[in-house]
Write a protein that binds this ligand. Structure first.
Ligand code: ZN
Length: 770
């Protein structure tokens, strides 16, 4: 027996000790929390009510000093000294409770209250109370006083569905607990043990009484002085709950969708996010009058690849804005012209294109695809950088045709445009005019790749919007554009001289260098603007999220003003330094922009990517032989050699020349060939049909009376004085001189247009009419 007793004497205390060690659950609180998003500096951006309907924020990392002093003074003045149970008040409470045979006096220390909060639904009986005391002592062994106070502040009820100090501070005072006054802290300190007092009615007077009594005690203990106490007692109680902040609705929703309930420490700049929202709202008020309701704005830091402002849509700008719940940052929309600079950059790298090189800008038709430029004019020939600056459609299509749709799709996919996932046949050449869908995010990211690469920063594959996100570096081989090409592209995009896009806000662009590109989709459904400096990428989309187009909605008029306002809210930037490697100087012809030939009279020196391929040298400057008066082109068969004047002239092909002359008054066309010269022997004929292009299918319209409207055909002749004789299917339909335009009215079916000049030169074009 003695042995058994001895064993029991050892085992029992040992068992008790083991039980004591493991009696407290690892995780005390398990209720679902609110999802919250904070800015990089910790500012609360937004919160959602928890799954069980509580405003219950994730624990913060500290208890603000004012609240800590208030709660300790009010609830547990010996908190700093006891071991979880305060023997003095426990003894007093036990005496009271025993005499009344029920639990009337709490006598709970803050530690015990933490235990009770963690055991919701536990009966309020004496055994339970004793058990909680044991658990409280165990909690004191596990955690510091600081941590226990934090557990209390994070999990105490504050009336209604508000749990935890931080949620309470936002709910009742509209700001963080760190920013509360003594009066506010004191009110929140008395609330957990009388949460019903906040309801309107007579109980508010009791709440005020309790708060002021606490403030008096704080003053008695010298924690606040008399003046502070008087001022704090003067503060009114909050009238009604404040709305929770909702500064980044779409980002918070996105985080929740991707990662559950958070909390989310974002990379956003709280002040910038607020300014961007204010800018959006100001423009929204104007755009709304044109029934344009939605907008998305993304601001990223080039150096870190982190998002600083994420404005998903116009939610909250006005009651019930349609479509405003849609997050426009990841939404796929028609790209408009926003991809043109990437084609330009790819072609510069390829050596196929020089920035100054003339690109053909004349009517284009291929398989019923007839793009036109903004304003429906043509320049005849235009330098490549101007194609990008002015976003000309027709030369861009020609450039893509030269580069190939397939290869350009490869560039876009390498740059992360994951929604551009069909094959070349699907897109065709309209890819460059908005045939593909992209998102604000992928657009901003592509421009970020170039800017970060050029700034010498680490290029990350993705933007980060949560701090501490581990990201992949973008492998160098995946960046399909060299620094040299990126620099030249940004250079072209920063040119503020955009004659057809005049607006008052353009003045801003002059004061600050920004590389920017706009885009407008077919049917005015999407307005884009993306801008880059060495420090920032700003991308803006404006339109209706349901896809409704509205007249007048263009990138320049709707998205760019927003983008420039956002830039003006950002710190200024310098400009990209020219890359020290991978560039070389090249002498180019001043007129054609091509590598200069011996004949080119004016030359410019240009920095270009150092690649093996180059366009051919300038063939626009050529030697021409003229008669002494300069009226005819001649050769020695029609003019004595000693009389021939030989000149170097800049000569464009006839179709380009016709348009080019409209805008370049200095252009001198060649005089005609001497009548005795055989024109056919000089290669291409002098006649060029501008419209219709070979193979075009015309759709003729009819007027109100039912008569056909007809169609204007247009041609050009190398000799300005030539007469052209027009035939459709061998029937003579008219003659033209000078400007070769003719109104015709062909019947439906296939036709052959034949033009013949006075020298017997002939040009045939097949077309059809539907
Ligand atoms: Zn030249």
């Amino acid at each position: 027996m003695n042995k058994v007793k001895k064993i029991l004497l050892i085992i029992l205390p040992l068992g008790l000790l083991v039980w004591y060690l493991f009696c407290l659950p690892r995780q005390l609180f398990r209720a679902p929390l609110s999802a919250t998003a904070a800015a990089a500096d910790g500012t609360l951006l937004g919160a959602r009510i928890s799954a069980d309907g509580q405003w219950y924020f994730p624990p913060s990392d500290h208890v603000p000093d004012k609240f800590a002093r208030c709660i300790v003074t009010y609830e547990d003045k010996r908190f700093r000294w006891h071991g979880g149970v305060d023997p003095l008040s426990a003894a007093r409470a036990l005496r009271q409770n025993l005499s009344r045979r029920e639990v009337v006096s709490g006598a709970s220390t803050l530690t015990m209250q933490v235990i009770r909060l963690s055991r919701p639904g536990a009966p309020r009986t004496l055994p339970e109370k004793l058990y909680e005391m044991v658990l409280a002592t165990r909690l004191e062994l596990r955690h510091s006083k600081r941590r226990i106070l934090l557990l209390y502040a994070s999990n105490a009820p504050f009336g209604g569905n508000v749990v935890g100090l931080e949620a309470a501070a936002w709910r009742y005072f509209g700001r963080s607990a760190d920013e509360l006054s003594w009066g506010e802290s004191a009110m929140l300190a008395v609330l957990p043990n009388a949460p019903g007092l906040l309801h309107p009615g007579r109980s508010r007077a009791r709440l005020l009484e309790k708060r002021n009594a606490l403030l008096d005690r704080l003053a008695q203990r010298g924690i606040i002085d008399e003046t502070e106490c008087l001022l704090a007692k003067d503060e009114p109680l909050p009238e009604r709950p404040q709305p929770m902040p909702d500064q980044a609705y779409h980002l918070l929703e996105r985080c929740r969708r991707e990662q559950g309930d958070g909390p989310f420490a974002t990379t956003l700049d709280a002040a910038l996010q607020q300014r961007v929202a204010a800018i959006a709202r100001r423009h929204f008020d104007v755009y709304r009058t044109n029934l344009v309701d939605n907008m998305g704005i993304l601001v990223a830091d080039v150096h870190s690849g982190e998002i600083r402002a994420y404005y998903g849509n116009t939610r909250g700008c006005a009651p019930g804005v349609r479509g405003a719940d849609v997050d426009m940052v990841p939404a796929a929309r028609s790209s408009g012209s926003t991809l043109k600079p990437l084609l330009y950059a790819a072609m510069l790298d390829d050596g196929q294109l020089l920035p100054t090189q003339l690109v053909k800008d004349t009517p284009y038709n291929y398989n019923d695809f007839s793009p036109h430029n903004f304003g429906r004019t043509f320049d005849g020939a235009v330098p490549a950088h101007e194609v990008i600056e002015r976003s000309l459609n027709v030369p861009s299509v020609r450039m893509l045709e030269q580069y190939s749709v397939e290869r350009f799709l490869g560039v876009l996919q390498a740059m992360g445009f994951s929604t551009v996932d069909k094959d070349a046949d699907h897109y065709g050449l309209s890819l460059i005019l908005g045939g593909a869908e992209i998102s604000l995010e992928t657009l901003a990211r592509a421009y970020y790749y170039l800017a970060a690469e050029l700034s010498g920063d680490t290029v990350y594959e993705d933007f980060a919007y949560l701090s501490g996100t581990r990201r992949e570096r973008l492998p160098v081989r995946r960046i399909p554009v060299s620094r040299a090409a990126a620099w030249l592209t940004f250079d072209a995009l920063s040119n503020a001289n955009r004659p057809e896009e005049e607006a008052s806000w353009m003045d801003f662009a002059a004061g600050r260098r920004i590389a920017w590109k706009t885009g407008t989709s077919w049917g005015n459904r999407d307005a884009w603007s993306v801008g880059v400096t060495p420090d920032w990428v700003v991308a803006v989309w404006v339109g209706n999220s349901d896809g409704e187009g509205r007249a007048g909605v263009t990138g320049v008029s709707y998205a760019s003003p927003v983008m420039f306002d956002v830039f003006s809210a950002l710190p200024g930037s310098g400009w990209f330094a020219r890359p020290t490697e991978g560039m070389t100087r090249l002498e180019v012809c001043h007129e054609s922009g091509l590598p200069a030939s011996d004949l080119c009279p004016h030359r410019d020196t240009l920095w270009v990517p150092d690649v093996a391929e180059r366009p051919d040298i300038c063939r626009y400057h050529r030697l021409v032989h003229l008669d002494p008066e300069g009226r005819w082109q001649v050769n020695s068969t029609v003019c004595p050699p000693e009389q021939i004047r030989t000149e170097v002239r800049f000569v464009l092909p006839p179709a380009q020349e016709w348009y080019y002359m409209q805008k370049h008054l200095e252009y001198r066309p060649l005089p005609p060939k001497h009548p005795l010269l055989d024109a056919a022997s000089s290669g291409a004929g002098p006649i060029e049909v501008i419209y219709p292009q070979p193979g075009l299918t015309l759709v003729l319209t009819r007027g109100l009376s039912g008569t056909p409207n007809g169609v204007i055909f247009r041609a050009a002749h190398a000799d300005p004085s030539a007469t052209l004789y027009w035939h459709i299917d061998d029937t003579f339909v008219g003659e033209t001189r000078g400007e070769h335009t003719l109104r015709v009215d062909p019947a439906p079916g296939d036709h052959r247009l034949t033009l013949i000049d006075g020298q017997g030169e002939r040009k045939v074009v097949l077309f059809s009419v539907r």
